[in-house]
Design a protein around this ligand. Structure first.
Ligand code: PLP
Length: 440
């Protein structure tokens, strides 16, 4: 395998950075070494933070999906990470795409994906966006209110509509039900209005909330969807599509898949004519991306003295005795702390210029901050880091692929961290073949 890989070329797509070979850790280290090289050449911004994306992880998640949920077609939620290579890979693998805006629709269609593989899964759309999707041939779209039906009837009367119902998201990290989803009691009236407007409603969708660790939420949602299907029948429709949304979490995926399959068996026992799709986002990409960030500054906390700070160790976990400043923060990659309720944890990538981090090095309670001049820019209010960690060292964070780079800003003039791509995981060779065979 290793020899075969050595003979392979990197994947080069015009206009995009190359997809390299080699393990993600190797590329994290290479990035650090490259930064040191650039620094000696006096390059501005030499030590900038960077992501390493392992596309073979995305591929592996796809295989895992097919194995556990063969009956459910994934429509990747583009919003989660519209990375060009992630989209290319998934397009080549034949997934569908959940788009929330014209921008996302255009990005996916520009890859040559057929519009029938898209769902415009935003229940509250601008009229111009609906008109545009009609022009682009994107017919499947969700709604959860009457005004949406009027808009669609006016500018996209041929649309294939999916009623988004409200489900219990009380145990999820991001409660989308606060903003979207028709309560079941309102569904009969909505469907009656759709019928009156001569609109074609083809099915039901839900979203149990993003970051759903309670698999039973899916069973409850499928039960509600069954009720909505029956309401459809009463309104004169024959629904053929069930969209079980997103919310799938990596650690609970198998358990969720099992709950979902049992619920489908119970509530949709005869489903020869039922198409079932899902809108996973986080599941595909969260673990595929890691971020490396440089320690650009270090100081004592405001309530402590330099003398206290210079003590080598203090593992009082409540009170950090040192503050580290890194070159990506909550206005960049770590916006996931504010918007996505995440708590990223750093590990040491290089210590005192070496990749060797002795396990015996004493730790001390530390806080980690982003580079901007805003005090909300705190990445980690307390964590244990080596007492000898200093300016120039590197920290890394795993699990940085979902709702990170897509929502990063350039506040204070800091650039969004760039991505280095690799296929270093188990299925590297296959992934490179898939990417090479893909023609946009
Ligand atoms: N579908 C819709 C309509 C969403 O709003 C979201 C996330 O906000 C997703 C799918 C993706 O959810 P997740 O990343 O939790 O799978």
């Amino acid at each position: 395998r290793a020899e075969e890989d050595d003979e392979e070329e990197d994947v080069v797509v015009p206009g995009l950075p190359p997809v390299l070979r080699g393990h993600r850790d190797v590329h994290l280290r290479r990035g650090v070494m490259k930064a040191a090289e650039l620094a000696t050449e006096n390059e501005p911004d030499a030590e900038k933070a960077f992501y390493v994306a392992d596309l073979s992880y995305v591929y592996q998640q796809h295989l895992r999906w097919k194995k556990n949920l063969p009956e459910i077609e994934p429509f990747y939620a583009v919003k989660c990470n519209p990375d060009p290579y992630v989209l290319r890979l998934l397009a080549a693998l034949g997934t569908g795409f959940d788009c929330a805006s014209n921008g996302e629709i255009n990005q996916v269609l520009s890859l040559g994906v057929d519009p029938s593989r898209l769902i415009f899964a935003n229940p509250c759309k601008a009229t111009s966006f609906i008109r545009q999707s009609a022009k682009a041939g994107v017919d499947k779209m969700t709604f959860d209110n009457t005004d949406e039906l009027y808009k669609i009837a006016r500018v996209h009367p041929g649309a294939k509509l999916v009623v988004r119902i409200l489900t219990d998201d009380s145990k999820s990290l991001c409660r989308l039900g606060l903003k979207f989803g028709a309560p079941l009691v309102t569904v009969p009236a909505l469907l009656a209005k759709a019928k009156e407007l001569n609109l074609d409603v083809i099915g039901v969708s839900f979203h149990v909330g993003s970051g759903c660790f309670d698999s039973n939420a899916f069973a409850d949602a499928v039960m509600r969807a069954r009720a909505a299907f029956d309401m459809g029948k009463d309104a004169g429709y024959n629904f053929t599509l069930l969209d079980v949304g997103g919310g799938f979490e990596d650690p609970t995926f198998e358990a969720t898949a099992s709950v979902l399959k049992n619920a489908l068996e119970e509530f949709f026992p005869a489903r020869e004519n039922l198409r079932i799709i899902a809108e996973p986002g986080r599941y595909y990409v969260a673990k595929a991306f890691s971020l490396a960030a440089n320690v650009i500054a270090r100081r004592a906390p405001p309530n402590s003295t330099e003398a206290a700070w210079s003590q080598e160790t203090d593992t009082d976990s409540e009170h950090p005795t040192v503050m580290y400043y890194i070159n990506d923060g909550v206005y960049g990659a770590f916006n996931c702390i504010l918007f996505d309720h995440q708590t990223p944890q750093p590990y040491v990538l290089s210590l005192n210029g070496s990749f060797h981090v002795p396990s015996t090095v004493p730790l001390r309670a530390s806080s980690v901050w982003g580079p901007t001049c805003d005090s909300i820019d705190c990445v980690c209010s307390v964590t244990q880091l080596p007492s000898t960690l200093q300016v120039g060292d590197w920290l890394a964070f795993d699990n940085m692929g979902a709702y990170t780079v897509c929502a990063a800003s350039q506040f204070n003039g800091f650039q969004v961290s760039k991505v280095t791509y690799t296929t270093g995981g188990e299925h590297g060779k296959e992934v490179r073949e898939v990417l090479r065979s893909f023609v946009a």
